[in-house]
Every structure is written in C-alpha cells, then in structure tokens.
Design a protein around this ligand. Structure first.
Ligand code: ADP
Ligand code: MG
Length: 631
C-alpha cells in the first residue's frame, strides 16, 4: 500500500472551531439583514473560483505539472430536489491551514469600519458594501443554511471539508480523495427555504450573465443532477477585443466584475499602447467612492496580466493618488516567469506606470474640457485624492494643478479652476490666496477674510486635510505663489478696496497704546499683537507669525503629536473697531480693560474653531462682564 492509499481511506474526526469575533459579527449581520438583492452571493463565489483558477495558472508557469494541462473552468450545478447549489472550480484549492486562515478570519483592515457601515446601511446599499470590502465568501450565508467547502490544494494529496451553519462555529475534517474534486474547490450551498430561485436554471443563468459575464474563465451550468453541461459564458478576455465591438453595457458589466462594485464607470479607458512597449489597458474611473479610499493601507487595485495570465493586483501600475482607478493592464512584453518582486522592480513596469498615468490624466483633462458637469461630479468624488498628487508628484504638478477644482469665496457651490481664479485677480494682486480649515461655511465667515472681501479678492476655501500640505509646500501656479490668509502680513495695502476708498478709515489714536497693553497682558500666549488691515467688521483675529506655518496645518501637525516650532500665533486687532477704541480709552488699571484684552484673544481663537486658552478664566470674565452689563 502506498502512502496515498493509506491516507485515502483514513478520515479524521471533524474538528470544530470558533469563528474569529469579527467573522461572527459579520455573519450575524449577513444573515439577519434583509437584502433587496441576494444575487450578489453568486458573483462572490464565482469571483473566488476565478481567482483560484488565475492563481493556479500563475503558479503553473513555474511548475507546469500543477495544472495537469487543464484550463481553468467554473461549473455551477443545481439540484432543485435536494435544494442545493454547487460552485466548482479546478483552481489552486486550499489546504486545511488555508481554510482556517481564509474562511475563519477576516484578514483585512477596515473590516470594523465596514461592519459599522453595514449596520447603518439602508436596504439596497449592502451589495455594494459587500463587494467593496471583499467579505465575499461569507455572503453565501445570505441564501444558505449550511455551506460546505471541499477542497484539494494543487500538488497535494490531501482533501479537506470545511462546513458551517454560520452561527458561530465551523468544522474541518479530512475527507477521502474520491469525495473531493481532483483538483480545486467545490462549494455546496444547502439553500434556505426562501431561496428556491437559486435552483431555477433561468434565474441562475441570468444572474451569471449579468454579474459575471466577463470573468476570464468559461462558466458552465448543470441544471439538475445528470443533466448536460451547458456553457453560459466563454471566458474570453474582453480587453483583447476591438473597442468598436464592445457595447457600453459590456464595459459596465466588466467594470463591475473586475472592481467588485455595483455602480457604473464614470470614465472608461480602453486602448492599446504600441511602440517600444506593448500592452492593453482597460481601466475605469468609478462613479462612487469606496469607503476605504482614505485608509492608509488602501493601495491601487489595478490588475496586471501578462498575455492574459493574471499575475498580481499589487504591482504599482499607477501612483497612489490614482488609487481609485480600477481595471487592468495586460502586457505583451513582461516575461511570465518573473517573480512578483522582480516585476515590481522592472523598468518595464515603470514605463507602463508612466504611460498609463499620463493617459488617465489626459483623459480627465479631456473630460473637463468637454463635459463640465461630468467633470464636476468626478471632482466631487475623487478630487481630494487626486490633490495628493500635487504634493507627491513633482513632475506632474502643473498638470494636476490644472485639473484641480476649488471652492472659493466667489464661486458659491460651484467649482473654480485656477485658470478662472487667475483670470479674476484684482489689479496689483500677485498671489493666490487660500484659507484652510475643516468647514467651508465657517471658513467663509472667518474674520481673516474680511479684508479680502472688502477688496473683492477671491480666496480659495480648502477643506481637505491634504490641502494644508500641498498649499504650504511653496509652489506656484502660472507664476503666482499660493499664500495662506492666516500667514504673515497679507500685502493687502496695494489693492484698492471695492468701495473706492483709497485710505482705510483712520485708526483710533489710542489703539497703539492698547496694542502694547494687550501684548503685555497676554504674554507668552501669542508671539505678537499688531494692528490689522485685513479686518473690517471684526475686532480681532489670529494669524500665523511671519515665518510660521499656516494655522490649519499647525493644528493637523499637533493632532498628530508633532508640535511645530514657533507655533505661537499673532493676534491682530482692528484699530478702527469701536470696541477696540473704547477699551483703549479706559485706564490701564481698569478690570474691564484687562478682561477685554483676554476676551478678544479668546474670541479670535473661537472664530478659528479652537477653544479658549483657559476655559475657566474665560467663563469667569464673561460672567463678570454680563453681570456689569445687567447692572
Ligand atoms: P477575497 O476573495 O476578497 O479574498 P473572500 O471572502 O471572497 O475574500 O474569500 C476569502 C478567501 O478564501 C480567498 O482570499 C481565498 O484565499 C479563499 N477562497 C475562497 N474561495 C476559494 C476557492 N474557490 N478556491 C480557493 N480559495 C478560495
Ligand atoms: Mg472573493
């Protein structure tokens, strides 16, 4: 007797294990949520089967014996009497350890965030969520009471069966080889009583075509035990077909299957690069934003194929700031037998990255020129990500600044380009002014902007965290530097106010003495106190010191535990403000004058969205003053 035969007849007792806590919670949500569209489970199982076939195709490049000369295929078998649906593939398969790892845990970041979303999601949003977070396999429990996965890893002579009712535990046992696929995986769903449509040939066939029509393996259907096998899709690679023969619907279906998203592509790029390097590109800009777009671990999801063989979805085919683009590149030049690590370092990959990046940006540029509404929708969705490139991709900064759109004090709710901004600059205006913060409404009413309003100077209102970084990185557009309204002296003197008054109203003569007084009272809390020409209606505001960094950037850095040097702000007082001149007129030993000095400072902090320096002292002062006012 050979070893194999001994193992063949040997079976071990099923071993029961408990799901990782996150999986249990997820399963609970899957089973108890009411979905409007449960069909999504089939797409997920087919996607896994296709992934397994692609992995085997890749591994068998190095070890041709692995695939036994078989091409990848996926078979869906229905059994209406037994109430069963089975998905079988001849892909890479799973060992016992693979099963424990892949079907008992969720090895992904962002899962908790996902589950929170799922709990809060409205009916109908869930299928999208499931796809985006790649928790695909567990969706089988939406339609099945029990799921059994029997698998044999390519190149091994052991088979195992995983089974679970999705209620907290699963079991794994070894099974004889003749109870398992010769190679690959077989997933059996024992369907719930209300899921009978998944044993109806017509329904299942329609679902396969709609969701998985472009999976690059043929998919066959067996409508009942002993029935003939019929092919539903032929597994031809859409991207190798000529553009003129592909309909918008086919592209959209393909997008959904490659991206695992349920929206439609906002932009489709399909082209063949020829010349020095040859490759096919089929890439999509999605319509909606995935939830993990700003997850630090979220990287690009473009797939790399070499002559139709899937190689990896981890190659850097695009820069990080284009990580929302989905799709694939199929290279004719990369050698198939290169390791994934070597591919990553290949100059060819760098050339592809450069070519595809330029193409995506130029298509976006075209869209902005030809369809302003579509471009605005794109910008709403992905602008915040694209802007990271202004900071990261020095060589394409001009292009990216040209693509960028902004809200501003004159644009209302619509987006403004820098070209429009520069075209509307006032006489003598030499810089592009911006204000950064977290809330556009509050920014627009911040006292720092008063002088800009009075002069009709447009100010960009930047509210994405990344804005503080690129805007402060010393760049310019069309020769005009970017300048924060909170930074330094604002050079507003040279620009004429809109009301035609060349000279601002005279400052109160006592103001100078009062400024010195405030400075004395505030001591270390500020780096300076000075008269302002940016204020018109407010009495005070805070700005950064002359060489200090933008105030919002400073807040971001301190929130990250970095405290920038010399970060003390400058308090600017409006020497023409009634309150300032009346406080100035009080004797220096008046309590009210001292309280006024501190309250002006706290008021400026509050206008910036900060808290008073000393909350208790602030409350005491306010109480004192209110008490006086009430008599
Ligand atoms: P994802 O496909 O995004 O990784 P899934 O929940 O769909 O997440 O699947 C989890 C894992 O289970 C897969 O990554 C894979 O390792 C394994 N798996 C699932 N189905 C199969 C299959 N048919 N063949 C081989 N491995 C599979
Ligand atoms: Mg999957």
């Amino acid at each position: 007797m050979s070893d194999t035969e001994i193992r063949d007849t040997e079976t071990t007792a099923p071993e029961t294990r408990v799901f990782e806590a996150d999986v249990a919670r997820l399963l609970h949500l899957m089973v108890h949520a009411v979905y409007s569209d449960r069909d999504v489970f089939l797409r997920e199982l087919i996607a896994n089967a296709a992934d397994a076939c692609e992995k085997l195709r890749y591994d068998s490049i190095a070890d041709p014996a692995l695939a036994n000369g078989e091409a990848g295929r996926i078979t869906i078998a229905l059994d209406p009497d037994a109430h069963r649906l089975t998905v079988t593939d001849n892909g890479i398969g799973m060992t016992e350890a693979d099963m424990i790892e892949a079907l008992g845990t969720i090895a992904r970041s962002g899962t908790r965030a996902f589950m929170d979303k799922l709990t809060a999601a409205k009916d109908g949003e869930s299928p999208q969520l499931i796809g985006q977070f790649g928790v695909g396999f567990y969706s089988a429990f939406m339609v099945a009471d029990t799921v059994e996965v029997t698998s044999r890893r390519a190149g091994t002579d052991l088979a195992h069966r995983w089974s679970s009712d999705g209620l907290g535990t699963y079991s794994i046992e070894q099974v004889p080889l003749d109870h398992a696929p010769a190679q690959g995986t077989c997933v059996v769903l024992h369907l719930k009583g209300d899921a009978t449509q998944y044993t109806e040939r017509a329904h299942v066939e329609r679902v396969i075509r709609a969701q998985s029509g472009h999976v690059p393996m043929p998919i066959a259907l067996i409508e009942k035990p002993d029935a003939e096998t019929t092919e539903v899709t032929d597994g031809s690679a859409l991207w190798t077909r000529p553009k003129s023969e592909i309909s918008a619907d086919e592209y959209a279906d393909f997008y959904r299957s490659v991206a695992g998203q349920w929206d439609a592509p906002a932009l489709t790029l399909h082209y063949r690069a020829e010349g020095k390097h040859e490759y096919n590109v089929l890439a999509f800009v999605p319509e909606s934003r995935p939830f993990d777009l700003f997850d630090p671990d979220r990287s690009g999801r473009m797939k790399l194929y070499v002559r139709r063989v899937f190689i990896t979805d981890e190659a850097e085919l695009l820069p990080r700031y284009l990580r929302f683009v989905r799709g694939l590149v199929d290279s004719a030049d990369l050698p198939l037998n290169m390791s994934r690590e070597m591919i990553q370092q290949s100059p060819l990959l760098a050339a592809i990255n450069k070519g595809v990046t330029n193409k995506v940006l130029s298509e976006l540029d075209k869209l902005s020129a030809n369809d302003a509404d579509a471009y605005a929708a794109f910008w709403d969705t992905f602008g915040a990500v694209l802007k990271e490139g202004i900071y990261e991709d020095f060589g394409r900064r001009e292009t990216l600044l040209g693509l960028a759109r902004f809200h501003s004090t004159t644009g209302g709710d619509s987006w403004r380009s820098l070209k429009e901004y520069v075209g509307a600059m006032r006489d003598n205006q030499t810089a592009i002014y911006y204000a950064t913060g977290t809330d556009r409404e509050r920014l627009a009413t911040s006292p720092q902007l008063e002088g800009f309003f009075a002069r009709g100077i447009e100010v960009l209102l930047l509210t994405d965290p990344v804005d503080s970084f690129w805007a402060a990185s010393g760049i310019d557009y069309d020769g005009k530097p970017f300048k924060s309204v909170t930074q330094g002296m604002a050079d507003l003197g040279l620009i004429e106010p809109l009301d035609g008054s060349n000279q601002p109203a005279p400052a109160a003569p006592e103001a100078e003495g009062f400024i010195a007084f405030v400075k004395d009272r505030l001591g270390d809390a500020v780096s300076d106190v000075r008269a302002s020409d940016r204020l018109t209606t407010s009495a005070a505001c805070l700005v950064a010191s002359e060489h200090g960094i933008d105030r919002q950037l400073e807040r971001l850095l301190s929130a990250n535990g970095q405290s920038p040097k010399g970060a003390k702000p400058v308090l600017e007082l409006n020497p023409r403000h009634d309150l300032v001149s009346r406080l100035a007129a009080l004797p220096d030993d008046a309590d009210l004058k001292n309280d006024g000095a501190h309250l002006l400072f706290d008021e400026a902090r509050i206008a910036d969205g900060e808290l008073p320096d000393d909350a208790r002292a602030f409350a005491d002062r306010l109480t004192r003053i209110l008490g006086k006012a009430l008599g």
